[in-house]
Write a protein of this length. Structure first.
Length: 52
C-alpha cells in the first residue's frame, strides 16, 4: 500500500494536535515559518543537512 507523503504528514499532524493540544497561534507560526524557510536562501543548506 502506497501512502502519499502529504497524507501521512497531515495524519501525524492531526493526531499530534489532538493529543498535545497546542495553541492555534503556535501551529500557524510553525506552518508559516516552515513555508517561509523552505523558500529562503537557506533552503539548500537545510536540504543537505536533512538528506545526509
Amino acid at each position: 500500500m502506497n501512502v502519499p507523503l502529504w497524507f501521512f504528514v497531515a495524519c501525524v499532524g492531526l493526531v499530534g494536535i489532538k493529543l498535545i493540544r497546542p495553541p492555534w497561534w503556535l501551529i500557524a507560526l510553525l506552518l508559516l515559518g516552515g513555508y517561509l524557510l523552505a523558500d529562503s536562501l537557506f533552503a539548500p543548506l537545510f536540504d543537505t543537512a536533512i538528506t545526509k
